[in-house]
Design a binder for this molecule. Structure first.
Ligand code: DQA
Length: 143
């Protein structure tokens, strides 16, 4: 059986739609989830969001054990979390990093990235469509 694709979202992404829409767009996380499920067809999508770092680490470990690929928008933990970096380094499935905005073009404190060095690829700056690009890549890799 084809393994599920995990899509994990970090802090404050539950606020998408109303949170700084000029930067992050007007799509909600539910909109993004629905679009991915539709696009994935028969492949199941394990779509989750948490505001807590430890939960994200637990889910990365779960994805590595049970999933076919991991799409991760770690939010601000991207720029702070060595625990997440270590969990991703231990991950045995492909990891695709996604950001709605392009952190490389933003504030200095977003220039540190603990996710990208442990990811297979990164997609940033395409808004919600970035998740769809990541899913297409994940389906290619796992199909
Ligand atoms: C983000 C970018 C991060 O810098 C920020 O902390 C977020 C969202 C994005 O999707 O553009 O929470 O991951």
């Amino acid at each position: 059986m084809v393994k599920p694709i995990y899509v994990l979202n970090g802090p404050n992404l539950n606020l998408l739609g109303t949170r700084e829409p000029d930067i992050y767009g007007r799509d909600t996380l539910d909109d993004i989830q629905a679009a991915l499920i539709k696009r994935a067809g028969d492949v199941s999508i394990e779509f989750r969001q948490t505001n807590s770092e430890g939960q994200l680490v637990d889910w990365v470990q779960e994805a590595s054990a049970k999933g076919g690929a991991l799409i991760l928008n770690a939010g601000a933990y991207t720029h702070t979390s060595i625990a997440l970096h270590d969990a991703l380094r231990a991950c045995v499935i492909p990891v695709i990093e996604v950001h709605l905005s392009n952190p490389a073009a933003r504030e200095a404190f977003r220039q540190t990235n603990y996710v990208a060095p442990a990811a297979k690829a990164s997609i940033a700056g395409f808004g919600a469509r970035g998740y769809q690009f990541a899913l297409d890549a994940a389906l290619d890799m796992t199909g």
